[in-house]
Design a protein around this ligand. Structure first.
Ligand SMILES: [Ca+2]
Ligand SMILES: [Ca+2]
Length: 296
């Protein structure tokens, strides 16, 4: 007897969306950085020239890649990628799977525990429904993903993380399912998220620090304008940075109307206005290998 049927129909399939965190294939990210300008996804369906549709406006943050790798290697926590819902052989031609991102915290026994901060109601906060076809995993733009590249020195909060809107991903999984390579995660780092994150490079990589108390948005807006018009698509918001204070000094909505700061003495608080929703495209390039230890 070769098969024992379970129930009346064919074998049931899973897209992994309801699987318990840590029960799928877990990989540890061993390399991450911002990708070159031409690598990534077409997030907005628009092209700047023929065959130039990829959106990766923040590619210049590549200048911080060495620092990002240092933070990743020095942190005790691990960035984990889980793929759940892979069907056993013979695999269907197109297999729906779930890709989740977590922070793994070390346990005394050498294993990892999925951080509570990565979970919401028992599931990954950062999760995408993807397709697996010919060893290629892909999820089109449209997800909300948080990519935590490093935890801060006291472990209290993440200081090197990006929350990406309209996010997409792709990766190649080797046939032995031991590695993920050609792995890209792209999306729009939004104004409200960047405006609340301190510039992680201050005190570490001075070329990427305008002043000590600036936010990541202050750094980015001094070199680039948002390029991804997020709902409602009403035109791109604009930010001005004061060259003396090195902080955001004016915010304009998609129609070019000025948004007043909530605190007139702190002009950069205009970037905290709830009307601002647009973002800056960015692509991260990762490599990950299968985690062989225990997930608790
Ligand atoms: Ca595009
Ligand atoms: Ca807009």
């Amino acid at each position: 007897m070769l098969l024992i049927a379970c129930g009346g129909g064919g074998p049931s399939t899973s897209d992994g969306q309801d699987d318990a965190p840590g029960s799928g294939l877990v990989f540890v990210v061993n390399s991450v950085g911002v990708a070159e300008r031409t690598r990534g996804f077409d997030l907005d369906g628009a092209c700047v020239a023929t065959d130039d549709c990829v959106d990766n406006r923040l590619y210049q943050l590549r200048a911080g890649n060495t620092e990002v790798l240092r933070v990743l290697s020095e942190s005790a926590d691990r960035l984990l990628v889980e793929i759940a819902g892979i069907e056993p052989e013979p695999a269907p031609e197109v297999d729906l799977v779930s890709v989740s991102l977590y922070v793994g915290e070390p346990t005394p026994t050498g294993g990892l525990r999925i951080s509570e901060r990565s979970l919401l109601e028992g599931r990954a906060r950062s999760r995408a429904l993807a397709q697996l076809e010919n060893d290629e995993i892909s999820a089109p733009p449209g997800h909300e993903l948080e990519l935590v590249l490093g935890t801060d020195r006291d472990g209290a909060s993440y200081d090197l993380a990006f929350r990406l809107a309209v996010a997409a991903l792709q990766a190649r999984i080797d046939p032995a399912k031991a590695r993920l390579d050609r792995f890209l995660i792209g999306g729009a780092a939004t104004i409200p998220d960047l405006a609340t994150r301190p510039n992680p490079f201050c005190g570490r990589e001075e070329a990427l620090c305008g002043r000590d108390d600036q936010t990541l948005l202050d750094l980015i807006a001094s070199a680039a304008q948002p390029d991804i018009d997020i709902s409602p698509a009403d035109g791109l918001e604009k930010l001005h940075v004061n060259q003396v204070s090195r902080r955001v000094s004016r915010c304009l909505d998609g129609q070019g109307r000025e948004l007043e700061p909530s605190n007139a003495a702190e002009p950069w608080t205009c970037a905290l206005r709830s009307e601002l929703k647009d973002g800056y495209s960015i692509t991260f390039e990762l490599e990950a290998h299968r985690f062989e230890g225990e997930i608790e």
